[in-house]
Design a protein around this ligand. Structure first.
Ligand code: FAD
Length: 384
């Protein structure tokens, strides 16, 4: 007889681990399966740790406001240092186009409870004195956003999930689903099979293959992004700075100074680099360095210590895909986190627990509607 669980989570990543933690806290007997050796070995460990509720739509704003509460109070509540630092996020505008997009979003952001303001050029330069002043119009600043360590945070969630009774099995990829009468009944792995009433696909960049096991096509594709970290320098920068002007070879560019002094840099390649290849490229550093020096000339001589590459589980509109399958009862999706899975994880985990225990609120239903697997994918996230 296969062991039976209330819920099986496929993937011990940015989403699967906090989801399992919240499921167990709601009394759901949960098993997490992952093909890799330990928790957070997929995209989670490649994230740079940015946590913001500064998004363009109510679903991500609400989920991340809750995540911010969880990240920022974790140490006080549970004792583990997860590297939380509240430096805020600044989206800078050097052109009318970015100014009008950023200003246009303020109403919806504020209406959902985000603490954010438009800063004129002078105020922004007071906050970030090293920004290149030429052509700077202003920007938004959301002081309650911040950053945390994806490694420390996921490990803390993993330990908490285990303390709540979640079982984890590593080196054990899910290879198929067991179904009967239009319902999911469990999963198969090379080591055996496990029964469950609910199966949650939280398989990150591999979510489409795992959805196909349920006969579903979900538009999630691995999209490779690189990042870099410099040598440590004296503190000079508090917020994460995002420059969304496109430049040849890249769409937007963002960086922050870690509490230990290093600057961490990232950009969105344009065109996108599809596929699972995670080797660093020789093209990234010249591209990101030019953007760094253009935005902050003072950093011209800073030395980069390391670059790495990971995967965004990307969707066509830049929004996650969350909700039940209509074809296979009991099969739940929490996939397509794009560049925000780490920051979405804790808030989304709690929402998933309410979905599984059928305790969603009206606000949850609005989120689920926006992130529905059955939406048209016609919109476009403006702050990807
Ligand atoms: C350079 C870079 C910087 C980033 N910066 C940020 C940031 O600042 N903030 C932020 O919020 N996000 C950031 N991200 C994005 C973030 O890393 C992802 O959105 C997030 O990790 C996705 O979470 P996930 O749980 O969906 O996937 P993952 O964390 O990859 O977890 C999925 C898990 O599923 C497992 N799996 C897959 N298939 C199977 C199977 N068949 N059976 C069992 N297990 C399976 C995998 O092994 C993996 O462990 C960044 C990403 C990159 C590449």
């Amino acid at each position: 007889m296969a062991e039976h669980y209330d819920a099986i989570v496929i993937g011990a990543g940015s989403v699967g681990v906090p989801a399992a933690m919240s499921l167990a806290a709601s009394g759901v007997r949960t098993l997490v399966l992952d093909g890799r050796a330990s928790a957070g070995q997929g995209s989670n460990k490649t994230a740079i740790g940015g946590v913001r509720a500064t998004h363009s739509d109510p679903a991500k704003i609400r989920l991340c406001l809750r995540s911010l509460e969880i990240f920022s109070t974790w140490k006080e509540r549970w004792g583990d240092d997860i590297g939380w630092s509240q430096g805020g996020y600044a989206f800078v505008a050097y052109r009318e186009r970015e100014e009008s997009i950023l200003r246009g979003l303020l109403a919806v952001q504020k209406s959902k409870g985000l603490n954010i303001a438009w800063l004129g050029r002078r105020e922004l330069l007071e906050l970030i004195p090293d920004l290149a002043p030429d052509g700077l119009v202003g920007g938004t600043f959301s002081p309650e956003d911040g950053s945390a360590s994806p490694l420390l945070a996921l490990h803390a969630f993993y330990l908490r999930a285990k303390a709540l009774g979640v079982e984890f099995r590593f080196h054990e990829p899910v290879t198929g689903l067991e179904t009967a009468g239009g319902r999911v009944r469990g999963v198969r792995t090379p080591q055996g099979h496990y029964g469950a009433d609910v199966v949650l696909n939280a398989a990150g960049a591999r979510a489409a293959a795992v959805a196909r096991m349920a006969g579903m096509e979900v538009p999630v594709r691995p999209d490779a992004h690189e990042a870099a970290i410099t040598e440590p320098v004296a503190p000079f920068l508090k917020p994460m700075v995002v420059d969304s002007r496109p430049v040849a070879g890249s769409a937007n560019y963002y960086f922050y100074q870690h509490a230990t002094g290093q600057v961490i840099l990232c950009l969105t390649p344009h065109p996108s680099v599809w596929g699972e290849e995670c080797g660093e490229t020789s093209g990234f550093l010249p591209l990101v360095a030019r953007r760094l020096v253009r935005l902050m000339p003072r950093l011209a001589n800073i030395r980069v210590r390391r670059t790495w590459r990971g995967l965004y589980p990307m969707t066509p509109d830049g929004f996650p895909i969350v909700g039940w399958s209509q074809e296979l009862a009991g099969y739940l999706l929490a996939v397509g986190m794009c560049g925000q899975g780490f920051m979405l994880g804790p808030g989304l985990g709690e929402l998933l627990a309410r979905v599984v225990t059928r305790k969603t609120t009206a606000a949850d239903d609005e989120i689920l509607d926006i992130l529905s697997p059955y939406r048209q994918f016609a919109g476009q996230e403006q702050l990807k």
